[in-house]
Design a protein around this ligand. Structure first.
Ligand code: ATP
Length: 141
């Protein structure tokens, strides 16, 4: 099966993954995208989500806290604000972050010019925490 190289880099931890893969499924601001080897050049923004990495018939997940993805026919570079492989994730920390974010989102009764940025920030924290729990296969509602 043909492959494409995936590199994931974060500001905090540098390169967290460099691997030849068969397919990558990501969530961009424009929706879900599947990237196969020899994909056309592309630059897109990613939202927080659990990225799906397909290799040799199997699939693994990586928690992505948003960022950017550049694709060339041979290389996918993900410049992530944060990224964790399953073994890196502290489940209790993610559960606590989820609870805090849910409480913050619920506290904003209505969207106004003043609350817009705070609500977006709380929703982003919520999505990061959910992505981490998804990667660890921990249920949440
Ligand atoms: P928290 O409120 O728990 O800090 P957060 O979503 O605000 O969560 P980020 O700002 O996205 O955290 O990440 C800051 C750093 O902490 C990054 O290096 C990220 O990889 C790491 N990190 C965040 N949450 C976890 C977690 N649950 N397990 C392991 N590493 C984490």
């Amino acid at each position: 099966m043909s492959t494409i190289k995936l590199e994931i880099v974060t500001p905090d931890r540098g390169e967290i993954l460099s691997k030849d893969i068969n397919m990558l499924i990501v969530r961009s601001t424009a929706g879900e995208l599947g990237i196969l080897p020899r994909h056309a050049r592309l630059l897109t923004e990613l939202v927080p989500h659990a990225m799906r990495v397909k290799v040799d018939g199997g699939e693994s997940l990586v928690a992505i806290g948003g960022g950017f993805m550049e694709v060339t026919p041979e290389l996918i570079t993900v410049l992530a604000k944060s990224a964790e492989l399953p073994d890196d994730i502290d489940v209790d920390r993610a559960k606590a972050a989820l609870k805090r974010a849910e409480e913050r989102v619920a506290a904003y009764k209505q969207t106004t010019k003043e609350t817009l940025i705070d609500i977006a920030r709380a929703n982003s924290a919520l999505a990061r925490a959910k992505a981490r729990l998804l990667v660890k296969n921990v249920p949440f509602n």
